[in-house]
Design a binder for this molecule. Structure first.
Ligand code: TMP
Length: 240
């Protein structure tokens, strides 16, 4: 099993296969959604399910997944004493993203591995763009620079009403982030609406899943969406 390049969940190898079996570029799958939609646990479940089925998977999260990214995560999410302008947020989330793409995602995809990532660039569009009101065109330019124009093959939106998501987070054990402890329901509604708009604008990349249902039902649908993409890719390879 490959060594994780960063602490907790970042770049964690979850498959039992030896890494590096290069059979073309691997698949890049992201999970997005409002706070409390269950992305982190669904991403871990998906990676474990695919790994158990023999898919060579790397699990990552944003912000984080590298040594630098995890330090930025601490600054960005858990320091109530800091005042952070939305544009500064956009730069810092993208800085963490640049590092994750360079250190974890691109090498994994180049080795033919499947990357499952909890949040990616669409979160900046939803939170700093739709939520905090920054210009979407500027954010897309920053994104293209940060990612080198790398885009997910599949993005799963775990959608649920804002009140339900925030209530789940308050009941849970994880520390609330700066965005969750902000009791600005209107902000979170704009974020959710932003995700839904992004999904409608690019239906070939996004799958919207109702995350208000039991976790196991949601997990089954997430797995079906990922497997159908993997099978389609396998079919394309076999035809070549
Ligand atoms: P999470 O890992 O628990 O989802 O927390 C990440 C928080 O950071 C969440 O409230 C969304 C926010 N966020 C942004 O505002 N912009 C971003 O680009 C990313 C990746 C996350």
């Amino acid at each position: 099993m490959a060594k994780s390049p960063g602490p907790p969940v970042g770049g964690t190898a979850v498959s039992r296969q030896a890494p590096g079996s290069a059979r073309g570029r691997g698949l890049f799958i992201t999970l997005e959604g409002p706070d409390g939609s269950g992305k982190t646990s669904q991403a871990a479940r998906l990676a474990a399910t695919l790994g158990a089925g023999g898919v060579d998977v790397v699990l990552a999260r944003e912000p984080g997944g590298t040594e630098l990214g995890e330090r930025l995560r601490e600054l960005l999410l858990h320091r109530d004493d800091l005042v952070i302008d939305p544009l500064t947020d956009a730069f810092l989330f993208n800085a963490a993203r640049t590092q994750l793409v360079a250190e974890v995602i691109r090498p994994a995809l180049a080795a033919g591995r499947t990357v499952v990532c909890a949040r990616f660039a669409d979160s900046t569009l939803a939170y700093q763009g739709y939520g905090a009101g920054l210009d979407l065109a500027i954010l897309r330019t920053l994104e293209a620079i940060a990612t080198g124009a790398l885009r997910p093959d599949l993005t799963i939106l775990l959608d649920l009403p804002v009140e339900a998501g925030l209530a789940r987070k308050r009941r849970g054990r994880a520390a609330l982030t700066r965005f969750e402890s902000r009791v600005d329901v209107a902000f979170h509604r704009r974020v959710r609406d932003g995700f839904l708009r992004l999904a409608r604008a690019e239906p070939e990349r996004w799958r919207v899943i109702d995350a208000a249902r039991p976790r196991s039902t949601v997990a089954t649908e997430v797995t079906v969406a990922a497997r159908s993409l993997l099978e389609a890719r396998r079919g394309e390879r076999e035809r070549v």
